[in-house]
Design a protein around this ligand. Structure first.
Ligand SMILES: Nc1ncnc2c1ncn2[C@@H]1O[C@H](COP(=O)(O)OP(=O)(O)OP(=O)(O)O)[C@@H](O)[C@H]1O
Length: 323
């Protein structure tokens, strides 16, 4: 049974707030001085709406962590602004109460404490009264399927359980923005699916989620939108579905159950298709015309060429977003 998460939905926001939870504009950050100065983030703008999951993707060293730390108030930008529910985390400490973060896997946990003790402890750090933290902790552990482990020291939990707990801990103060770095790294297929389901539930509960991962299948499954960063600059930002659609071909592959005779092959080629090993590859729009040519041969499968996020990512990273 799914218990709704104790996360504030949009209705908890002040009336003047729009449905934009995170609005980061033109962030820049350099490290080092003089000749050793290196511009890690050149120009990054990101927006995430309430209840939306944004996958923030890029190759190693592209500037993701630096950007997330600027958003989370941990690294001060050289230029640009961050606004979380209208508050600036670098000037208004109240903004930090809106942010929950799991940036280093399960390393934000105290291993000798139990799950409930961890939630209470971190709730205390975020000024959540102990009684409230305990109540929310019980709810979160129930939601995350950890109730029966509530009194087991964290060091005795499986990695998947620790990862779920790390996310639960990040939610105890009911943030409106959740920063998630590699939430499924090192998890087996089942634990990974559970964490993905939880992340979607958290978003449905009204939290905006900034997800970074190198696991592009996870990003594809989870995200509503994708932003791709390369060498400190955003080179693509779009709805995940639309981005994949743009990179997908419109060609069809039709697998026939028996060999296609020469007369049919001629007609298929006249229509613009090609035939090899009982398979027709057809890049045109007249699919029904093609099917008429094939009738009554048995058809085992019709597939439309479809890109996945890995194809999109590699293409954009190689071409620099020229597409
Ligand atoms: N504290 C720092 N001092 C100096 N250089 C830094 C510092 N932090 C990051 N960098 C440099 O800034 C660039 C961006 O690093 P960042 O960690 O933001 O990238 P990333 O996209 O998160 O990479 P990854 O996917 O490998 O985690 C890198 O070249 C990195 O070496």
């Amino acid at each position: 049974m799914t218990v709704p998460l104790p996360i504030p939905a949009a209705r908890h926001l002040p009336e003047f707030a729009s449905d934009i939870t995170l609005d980061a504009q033109h962030l820049q950050k350099s490290y080092g001085r003089g000749k050793g100065r290196f511009q890690a983030v050149r120009d990054v703008s990101l927006r995430i709406r309430t209840g939306e999951v944004l996958a923030f993707l890029g190759p190693n060293g592209a500037g993701k962590t630096t950007t997330i730390k600027m958003i989370g108030g941990l690294v001060r930008p050289d230029a640009g602004q961050v606004s979380i529910d209208g508050l600036d985390p670098h000037r208004q400490s109240m903004a930090l109460k809106r942010v929950g973060a799991v940036l280093e896997g399960n390393r934000n946990l105290y291993w000798r404490l139990t799950p409930l003790e961890n939630i209470e402890y971190f709730g205390g750090l975020r000024q959540v009264p102990r009684r409230v933290a305990r109540q929310r902790g019980e709810q979160l552990l129930e939601q995350f399927g950890l109730s029966d482990k509530r009194k087991t020291p964290v060091q005795k939990l499986s990695r998947g359980m620790q990862q779920k707990l790390a996310i639960a801990v990040a939610l105890v103060h009911q943030p409106t923005l959740l920063l998630l770095d590699e939430p499924t790294l090192g998890l087996d297929v089942e634990a990974s699916e559970t964490v993905k389901t939880l992340v979607r539930e958290i978003a449905t509960g009204g939290c905006a989620i900034l997800l970074t991962t190198h696991q592009l299948d996870v990003a594809e499954d989870l995200s509503d939108r994708v932003a791709i960063i390369r060498q400190g600059e955003i080179i693509a930002e779009q709805s995940t579905h639309e981005l994949i659609r743009q990179f997908s071909g419109s060609a069809y592959r039709i697998d026939c159950g028996e060999s296609i005779d020469a007369q049919r092959v001629g007609k298929i080629m006249a229509l613009g298709g090609t035939v090899a090993d009982n398979q027709v590859h057809y890049p045109g729009d007249a699919l029904y015309e093609l099917l008429d040519i094939l009738r009554p041969l048995p058809i085992k499968e019709i597939r439309q060429d479809r890109a996945d996020l890995t194809d999109v990512f590699l293409s954009l990273i190689r071409d620099g977003g020229d597409k």
